[in-house]
Write a protein that binds this ligand. Structure first.
Ligand code: HXC
Ligand code: NAP
Length: 291
């Protein structure tokens, strides 16, 4: 059931949507659904051959139009050039989806300053570079627009072992909320999605590497007992970039099966108690009188 597309046909008809990091993983899956809903999609990242292959496959799978552009999101000149190329090809851009990311697990004391820089550069600098270039363009053209940023649930809790990513995603969340207020007067909405675990090669190879994967048992941390399906995320993203969400602004929508709240709850670990153990516990708790 959760693999069903959600929005009606043509819900994104004629919208031009830029998905950074759209050549792989979740960016690819969201791009595919946007195309199925009638959008024209631009995918941009560092590896042009990967982008071109994805563009070809997505056009064959959906019959839509995909433009693949090489761009390192850390480089503002490349970002401006990418925007120019989009305007030349399609005449406009309606949606900016900041999805590109870099991340890996590591004890923080093992990181070099360059390791911090690379993750913060891709995630935070990449997001503000595109946001700034596209926002200035929309404001100058008096065009309405929608920004959607992909963060993650540790943007607000922080997380050990992915500290550069946590710092960067927290910054992206602050950017999302700040501009939701500041740029609303220009008709620009800013929202974010905070996904929990959705299997992709990029994330799994760097966050759940093979020797640790079995031990980490990612589904076990999720109250719903499973990882996310790409279509579930694509459905939410399509809603947030569509006009159906016109009054949603400054929101961060969590899609994680309840994972982060389980981590936060004082008694979440009591899941392991059997009914018999609860009988014993209840007897003791009810018996605790007068203290
Ligand atoms: C310690 C590391 C390291 C590691 C790299 N570095 N990997 N340090 N442990 N495992 C250090 C390097 O030694 C170097 O510093 C610096 O980081 C830059 O590394 P490069 O390999 O030169 O960088 P680059 O080739 O640009 O690659 C960037 C990358 C890489 C981020 C390291 O992983 C990448 O390209 N990632 C893109 C895709 C990705 O990460 N997808 C996953 C997103 S998942 P020195 O000082 O030695 O030169 C995600 C999910 C979040 O965000 C939530 C999940 C629930
Ligand atoms: P992914 O497939 O590795 O996607 C990351 C993309 O970012 C790649 O396509 C990569 O393309 C691009 N990228 C990296 N550095 C770049 C740069 N300097 N300039 C331009 N593009 C760059 O991983 P994913 O799992 O789909 O992640 C997508 C998004 O979801 C990320 O924002 C991630 O933080 C978020 N997220 C994922 C999960 C999950 O469980 N998968 C959970 C929470 C949040 P190139 O290598 O070609 O540059």
């Amino acid at each position: 059931m959760y693999n069903e597309p959600m929005l009606k046909d043509n819900a994104l008809k004629d919208k031009v949507i830029l998905v950074t990091g759209g050549g792989t993983g979740l960016g690819r899956s969201m791009s595919k659904y946007f195309l199925q809903l009638g959008a024209k999609v631009v995918i941009a990242s560092r590896k042009l051959p990967v982008l071109e292959q994805t563009a070809k496959e997505l056009e064959e799978e959906t019959g839509g139009t995909v433009l693949a552009l090489e761009c390192d999101v850390r480089n503002y000149l490349e970002v401006e050039k990418t925007l120019q190329a989009i305007i030349e090809k399609f005449g406009k851009l309606d949606v900016l989806l900041n999805n590109a990311a870099g991340n890996f697990i590591s004890p923080t004391e093992r990181l070099s300053p360059k390791a911090f820089d690379v993750v913060i550069g891709i995630v935070l600098q990449g997001t503000y570079n595109f946001t700034l270039a596209v926002g200035k363009h929309w404001i100058e053209q008096k065009q309405r627009g929608t920004i959607l940023n992909i963060v993650t649930t540790y943007a607000w809790t922080g997380s050990p072992y992915v500290v550069p990513s946590a710092c960067a995603k927290a910054g992206v969340l602050a950017l999302t909320r700040s501009l939701a207020v500041e740029w609303a007067k220009y008709g620009i909405r800013s929202n974010a999605i905070a996904p929990g675990p959705f299997p992709t090669k990029g994330a799994w190879d760097r966050l759940f590497p093979e020797p640790l994967r079995e031990m980490m048992k990612v589904e076990k941390k999720v109250p719903l007992g499973r990882v996310g399906e790409h279509q579930e995320l694509a459905n939410l993203a399509a809603y947030l970039v569509s006009d159906f969400s016109s009054y949603v602004n400054g929101e961060v929508m969590t899609i994680d099966g309840g994972e982060w709240l389980k981590g936060a709850g004082e008694f979440s670990h009591l899941d392991i108690l059997t009914p018999e153990m609860w009988d014993v516990a209840e007897k003791m708790v009810r018996g605790a009188k007068g203290s």
